[in-house]
Design a protein around this ligand. Structure first.
Ligand SMILES: [Zn+2]
Length: 171
């Protein structure tokens, strides 16, 4: 999937998390929280600060295993996020959540557009991928990207505390 698709997925995921926090967990979110997370999710969903750091540039020379190698292993990504959470502490938990939205949605999308590595076996050189092989830039990508972009609009509205036509029962 191209950058625009990853971006649409990351934004919808982050705004979905914020909407969930507002409606279900009943956490009051500031607009700064929602906006800062959207920027982080958008910056970290593709290219050098995403699992695709293995694809080009300086990082690709350091990371072993080629494209969609270790940086696309779900368990490794989860471990890095866990460590990031420990280092960041409570004040920056939103940052870790936004990074998780970016990287998690990246792997989820890659699962359908080409597949992701076969778990820990990747470190032993296993090149097997699990997932599907939808065409990058193909019609399915266009539909999903448009859909995710459209859904981000009401999610942003709710996440930012926009008044709802019906009162959602919280408890
Ligand atoms: Zn990728």
């Amino acid at each position: 999937m191209n950058r625009l698709g990853h971006q649409a997925a990351a934004q919808a995921t982050w705004l979905g998390v914020c909407t969930f926090e507002r409606l279900v967990v009943d956490t009051p979110l500031t607009w700064q929280h929602v906006l800062a997370g959207a920027i982080v999710a958008s910056s970290m969903c593709a290219d050098d600060w995403s699992p695709d750091a293995d694809q080009g540039g300086y990082m690709a020379k350091i990371i072993p295993g080629g494209h969609r190698g270790p940086t696309h292993m779900p368990e490794l990504v989860a471990a890095v996020l866990f460590l990031l959470g420990r280092v960041a502490g409570q004040d920056l938990d939103w940052f870790v959540a936004a990074a998780a939205a970016a990287w998690g949605s990246h792997l989820f999308v890659d699962f359908f557009w080409g597949g992701i590595p076969f778990g820990i076996a990747t470190l032993a050189g296993n090149k097997k991928r699990i997932g599907f092989k939808l065409d990058t830039g193909g019609p399915a990508e266009e539909v999903v990207t448009t859909g995710l972009t459209c859904i981000a609009i009401p999610l942003a509205y709710i996440a930012l505390g926009g008044p709802l036509p019906v009162q959602v029962p919280l408890t």
